[in-house]
Write a protein that binds this ligand. Structure first.
Ligand SMILES: [Zn+2]
Length: 1003
């Protein structure tokens, strides 16, 4: 439209032209209702048996237009009862066998239920699929507007902490613990089993909970203590004790570590009564307008206290932080984090309505923290920055799940996505002036300093998102929690959602965005908004049809990818052509930049597909880019930026060199470099630099390599590799073409490869990977200490590989591979070699596996025609095609020489106690490994070979132990079946193996 070609159009012109629907007030749908609950619970903690004995009395008010005959109740402690629960199945399907193998005494359950109304015993039955959900039939039909009182005793055996509810010794995290009605809303009942990955949906109400427990416990819970003076005095006394600890500082105001250590030691020496053997206290907690109640108790908690003034400083909210002594230093500023989170969220989503906001440290295992009304439990931190991030995130859930009671199970992007988006808002609001939103997320502190463009909360969220989206492994934001691949639950429901709402804010501008949130807050606080209500808040307040956002971005995995495809000067103007390379017609921001990369002029274009040309003022314009501020969830930034074509400016196209790692920069492609040191026996040390680009997030084109100097041979050395990858093409998940060139004193190598991976999107296995490679290599004779293992000279090998694996079953893994390889070179070496292996692994305990590998090899040639390194060496393969970067030393001598000391676990027959060299033209092997929770494993191998020319078959057996130190394994043979006399000198009885976690994709 010509309007958009005019030079001085308003920044937001596009907004008014796209799908104008007119601003309207936001209201709840006419048929909206919500039920009202009032809980009274009396509960006693038995801290020697780790159980709860309790009684629930619930007033259920039916505000629906329907008459109810039953109520679905959640009995979530039963999720920990056996291996058939939805929780157990989910953990198992996700690859964790911890709960599967848990002992009965460590599991948990809820029982002793006897639902009644007055004198009438109520019929109840378990859900047909889930023992942690029950249907309770009411004594009489509950009409619209009616209230039923339902009562039951209940008994909970508290499990060890496998997920959320649990105890570690006498540390208690009492969550998802009482019989709780499912939500009944416009769409009917929402019963749901307990899940680890997948949160909840709960009715609002009032909680009146009396907790009886030994008086020495420090406890924090949802709600206030109406008669809490003695308990508050107890907490205040601990605040004073805790303050003593933090006062231990040196003259320069830094913590006095020595004094603090001593203090904690004394603090830990305090004597407590034996469990079950001390006076008790009963605390009465009360809270209105919340939808859950959780409590946390430990005798060792240190306590900090602060205050948050809200509503023009007329109301004080108490800020509590309780933490265990081992994280005392980490938690030193925890009051600030808790306070600031509640402060900023109060600005954006309505004033914090409760009287306390608290964070406690704990062992909770379902993520880094977990939110409950008023109170959050934090299990990780690592650095103070990460602790602030996690506390801020969990406190933020007081709004995005607490005040806005979403159905999180069905729409995890609502609570997690909108909350993580708010985390970006928080970080920029609190830190923008000091650090521009910089966030290192666990990177070592020094790393941010060497980054030219350090990660910010925004760029890191985009980076994390694009690791998955770049690999085409993402799923739509909208989806049931249990349908997400676990990594996507984090990447998509949290990070992608945060990135796209951050972009929406940038597009709308802060004011319009906040207007939408204000309307949403006014309409939906203490209620159950759904995805359409979030959409309505934005569409009614902005007057726009935001289909590109709420239909395309939210509901599909379509890709957003604009770029500048052409820029030409015409008179004193420049014409910039923008191309939509993606599938979403979202609005796009385009800008011209000067020579230094500064924005000269920018404007928004309404969404389109195909191309669109815009005219800008040409003065000083050197290049053009889409998304100049770096806000867009654009999946490919390499096509965003284009210089005006002058011959002199051709280098504007070159990638920007960056040290180590930096945040992606709008309008630039980056090439990273890092110092690196290699070494081999022949080359000596090889200091130099490694370089890489397009690797993280994965890009269609990736470059890797390095340039080194051999101190021993006094010459340059290095390698360069290029990988071109296309996704979802010709029935394959991923197709790659690879080229590699290496030139080291020890060898030169050129390799072409083509690779196809077949698997379903967002599923890591089963998968089939096929590849073809052509390798030319030239081994330097002088570099080889022995020609027994390696022939010097030039060899060409062509190989076809196929590998099929299925690691989808938590107990059983299997993996098949086959290869055909033809190799030629040297004097008259020429052979075709077939080999294959099958691996099966069975998990017999939470941390114990039995692994069996079978291997077969056959050469279609006389033994003398096979180059030495391609022969079947019984101890394992030699990585003859030089493809394994972990095989440092191919010379045949030295501590890491392949074959003699270094064992490549997946190559060749793998007879691990080294044998005499008896390569044949046919060989077979079986390898057995038994691992356990201890860093020691047993192994046994049997292998046979036709022993070269004379064709007589011989069999070899050995056994021993493996000591594992991370990925490095020391192989200690204890017994072998053959005469040791003929063993080669380097054999010293010990070998080293290196195995990295199996990488299922890519090179
Ligand atoms: Zn969260």
């Amino acid at each position: 439209m010509p309007h958009f070609l005019s030079r001085h159009c308003c920044l937001f012109a596009g907004i008014f032209m796209v799908g104008w629907v007119g601003a309207q007030p936001l209201t709840r749908p006419g048929d909206y209702f919500q039920q009202e609950l009032a809980y009274r619970i009396e509960v006693t903690l038995n801290d020697s048996a780790h159980t709860l004995s309790a009684f629930l009395s619930l007033d259920y008010t039916n505000n629906s237009p329907d008459t109810l005959r039953f109520v679905w109740f959640h009995l979530w402690p039963n999720g920990y009862k056996n291996n058939q629960t939805a929780f157990a199945k989910q953990r198992f399907d996700q690859g964790s066998a911890k709960f599967h193998f848990a002992k009965d005494e460590d599991r948990g359950y809820i029982d002793s239920l006897d639902f009644r109304t007055g004198d009438a015993t109520l019929d109840w039955e378990y859900h047909p699929e889930w023992i942690d959900v029950t249907k309770v039939h009411l004594a009489r039909p509950l009409p619209p507007g009616g209230t039923a009182t339902i009562e039951t005793p209940f008994f909970v055996k508290i499990p060890e902490i496998f997920s959320r509810l649990g105890h570690t010794g006498n540390h208690y995290e009492i969550t998802q613990w009482y019989p709780k009605p499912a939500v009944y809303d416009r769409d009917g009942w929402h019963p749901m089993p307990y899940l680890d990955m997948g949160e909840f949906y709960s009715e609002f109400g009032t909680f009146d909970v009396r907790i009886t427990l030994p008086s020495e416990y420090v406890i924090m819970a949802t709600g206030d203590l109406p008669e809490g003076d003695p308990e508050y005095a107890f907490l205040d006394s601990l605040v004073a004790v805790t303050a003593e600890y933090y006062a231990l500082k040196k003259d320069d105001d830094k913590p006095d570590k020595k004094a603090r250590k001593k203090w904690l030691k004394e603090f830990d020496k305090r004597e407590f009564a034996e469990p079950g053997d001390s006076a008790t206290k009963t605390l009465h907690f009360h809270q209105e307008r919340v939808h859950d109640f959780a409590w946390f108790a430990d005798k060792r908690y240190l306590v900090q206290k602060g205050v948050l003034w809200v509503e023009d400083s007329t109301r004080a909210v108490t800020v509590w932080c309780l933490h265990l002594p081992d994280v005392a230093d980490l938690w030193e500023e925890s009051i600030e984090y808790t306070h600031d989170a509640a402060y900023w969220y109060s600005q954006w989503y309505g004033t914090y309505p409760y009287n306390h906001v608290s964070a406690v440290s704990g062992d909770m295992a379902a993520g880094g923290g977990m939110e409950y009304p008023n109170i959050t439990v934090i299990s990780t931190g690592g650095t103070k920055e990460m602790l602030e991030f996690v506390i801020m995130h969990e406190v933020g859930h007081n709004w995005h799940y607490g005040i806005f009671g979403y159905n999180e199970r069905l729409h995890p992007w609502l609570d997690e996505g909108l909350n993580t988006y708010s985390n970006i808002r928080y970080w920029y609001a609190k830190y923008s002036e000091e650090t521009g939103g910089q966030f290192s997320m666990g990177f070592p502190e020094g790393l941010s300093k060497v980054m030219k463009t350090p990660f910010t909360m925004r760029s890191l969220s985009q980076f994390v998102t694009n690791i998955t989206v770049g690999a085409h492994d993402d799923q739509p934001m909208e989806g049931h929690s249990n349908d997400f691949k676990p990594t996507n639950y984090g990447v998509i429901a949290y990070y992608k959602s945060s990135v796209v709402f951050d972009f929406l804010e940038h597009y709308l501008g802060e004011e319009r965005n906040q207007a939408a949130w204000d309307a949403f807050t006014e309409t939906w606080s203490f209620a159950h908004p759904g995805p359409e209500d979030v959409r309505a808040a934005f569409e009614t307040t902005t007057g726009q049809n935001l289909f590109w956002f709420f239909d395309d971005i939210v509901k599909t995995a379509k890709r957003l990818d604009y770029g500048v495809s052409r820029m030409v000067a015409s008179g004193d103007e420049v014409k910039v052509t923008v191309t939509n390379y993606g599938d979403i017609a979202a609005p796009v921001e385009v800008a011209t930049l000067d020579r230094g990369g500064n924005v000269l002029e920018n404007r928004w274009l309404p969404g389109f597909s195909g191309t669109k040309t815009v005219t800008f003022d040409g003065e000083g314009a050197h290049s053009a880019t889409t998304d100049p501020g770096g806000y867009s969830p654009d999946v490919d930034r390499s096509n965003d930026h284009l210089p005006l074509f002058h011959l002199a400016d051709i280098f504007l196209h070159k990638p920007t060199l960056r040290f180590l790692l930096s945040a992606p920069e709008p309008g630039r492609s980056q090439l990273f470099f890092a110092p690196m040191l290699y070494g081999t026996a022949y080359s000596g040390l090889l200091p130099g630099v490694a370089f890489y680009g397009g690797v993280l997030p994965p890009s269609k084109n990736a470059l890797t390599g390095g340039l080194y100097y051999s101190l021993e041979q006094k010459r340059l050395a290095g390698s360069a590799g290029l990988a071109l990858t296309r996704y979802r093409l010709w029935g394959a998940d991923q197709l790659s073409a690879k080229l590699k060139y290496s030139n080291y004193p020890d060898y030169s190598l050129v390799r072409f490869g083509a690779e196809a991976i077949f698997r379903e999107r967002a599923v890591s296995s089963p998968a089939l990977k096929t590849s073809a490679t052509l390798t030319w290599q030239d081994l330097t004779a002088a570099a080889l200490d022995t020609t027994l293992l390696w022939d010097a000279g030039a060899f060409t090998s062509a190989a076809l590989n196929a590998r099929y694996w299925n690691h989808a079953h938590t107990l059983l893994d299997w993996d098949l591979a086959a290869q055909v390889r033809a190799v030629a070179g040297g004097a008259d070496r020429l052979a075709t070699i077939l080999q294959g292996d099958a691996k099966v692994s069975y998990r017999y305990a939470s941390k114990g596996k039995v692994k069996i590998r079978g291997w077969l090899g056959y050469a279609l040639a006389d033994r003398d025609r096979i180059p030495n390194q391609y022969r079947f060496w019984l101890s394992g393969g030699l990585d003859a095609d030089l493809g394994n970067p972990l095989a440092f030393n191919r010379t045949g001598s030295g501590i890491l020489a392949v074959y003699h000391q270094l064992y490549l676990p997946d190559e060749g027959p793998g007879l691990r106690a080294l044998t005499t060299e008896v390569p044949g033209t046919a060989a077979w092997a079986l390898n057995l490994d038994v691992t356990s929770k201890f860093p020691i494993a047993l192994f046994a191998d049997v292998a046979g070979t036709n022993n070269g020319q004379d064709e007589s078959w011989q069999t070899y057996l050995n056994a021993g132990v493996i000591l594992a130190l991370g990925p490095v394994k020391f192989i200690v043979p204890l017994w072998h079946s053959w005469d040791a006399e003929g063993e080669q000198p380097p054999y010293k009885g010990l070998r080293i193996g290196i195995s990295l976690p199996r990488i299922s994709l890519g090179p």
